[in-house]
Design a protein. Sequence first.
Length: 276
Amino acid sequence: MITYPCAKINLGLNIVARRNDGYHDLETVFYPIRLNDKLDIKVLNDCDYNEGQCVLAIDGISIEGDIKDNLVVKAYNIIRQHFPEIPPVNIKLTKNIPSQAGMGGGSSDCAYTITALNKMFNLGMSIPDMQYIASKIGADCPFFINPLPSFATGIGEHLRPIHLDLSQYYIGIVKPQVMISTREAFAHVTPQKPTRCCLNIIEGPIESWRYELVNDFENSIAEIYPEIAVLKQRLYDIGAIYASMSGSGSALYGIFKHCPRNFNSSSFDKCFTAIV
């Protein structure tokens, strides 16, 4: 089975409280975009492999870390805990979504693995069933089980689908060579309730978002990595009507009424770029 995990951007991101369990409550709008990895999942019939094994190969954009720690492997392993009868599989993952970008690439790969295994082996799980399992792997994994524009609360696992359509706009993605861990991002943020909820702000014209819709990570991250602010201003300079960092970074996006010209790595030196 071949499936195409999508990326997401955050439209506003407010860290509203620190929880007793060490996590943080947040408010954000997740919006799926047409930047996709590729998952090719096949039943593994080679008798040389142990039953219950997930053999993962990765190409495309390089990612760090041990294969066994990849969220795709974790997704297979947790599904097999619930359904021990599923066979071993061979998975080829082609990465087009940059990692440590705040775009949910790994979480999406995880969620799409769960939905693919559910379909391949007729496991009969509902969307809430799969979202519950995905939540055990990562906070934003549940969103990608059914990736519709959604208002997210809690640690990102409580989702309310909303009506929001940006299909008439172009979304430009810029990812500098900066790696920001989630731990590092949270270390520099003081939780507080926003003056206005991002859900209410996005009901207004996109042109007004620039003055109200904020990502609480952005200013503190830009103090450490000044190129974040430089790239954001560059997006506005070439015509974006709204620009922001996505998630905990380091990717930024701009929303454009018209397709921006020369939107490539030569215009954004040493950056990953894409228009969707």
